[in-house]
Unconditional design. Structure first.
Length: 162
């Protein structure tokens, strides 16, 4: 195997982000604000509370977004995981698990492939377009010392249209 072989896997479907964190915290803060308004004489402080929770949600989304891997670059020696603001390099020998899962629905067939990498102290998952050849490409680059486990999830019913 040549030492210059490499393979890159890019994320297509993002998991976390600023808006998801903000909306999650907004929902929780509205519920808490209503509970406080009903049971305690809070006056206008509930508005500050809700605003603060939205800010907390935005910060939480940004922090979680740092962990969200957008690209995984594989070579026979290492895996480089790149997010929006940082990157991490994991030695191939440190990988304890490499799993590929294909999923989709009965209407469109298999549409998504998820790659999960596990090493001591960390796990990252990247979701991308359906790529049946991903396991064989990874096995070719990473070599026989790393076992790539592949699963085909049962196709689910598509969500009902309104």
């Amino acid at each position: 195997m040549a030492g210059d072989e490499s393979f890159t896997w890019n994320a297509k479907y993002l998991r976390w982000g600023f808006l998801q964190g903000a909306f999650t915290w907004l929902s929780l803060s509205l519920i808490m604000g209503l509970v406080l308004a009903v049971f305690l004489p809070v006056g206008v402080w509930w508005a500050y509370y809700i605003g603060g929770m939205v800010v907390v949600g935005g910060v939480l989304g940004a922090v979680l977004g740092r962990r969200e891997v957008l690209t995984a670059e594989f070579t026979p020696q290492q895996v480089r995981l790149v997010s929006r603001v940082s990157s991490r390099t994991v030695a191939v020998t440190d990988l304890t698990s490499v799993e590929v899962a294909h999923s989709g629905d009965t209407e469109k067939g298999y549409t998504m492939t998820s790659l999960q990498l596990t090493w001591p102290g960390g796990t990252r998952e990247i979701d991308g377009d359906h790529t049946p050849a991903l396991p064989s490409s990874l096995a070719e680059v990473l070599g026989p010392s790393v076992q790539v486990r592949e699963t085909w999830k049962k196709l689910e019913e598509p969500p009902a249209s309104a």
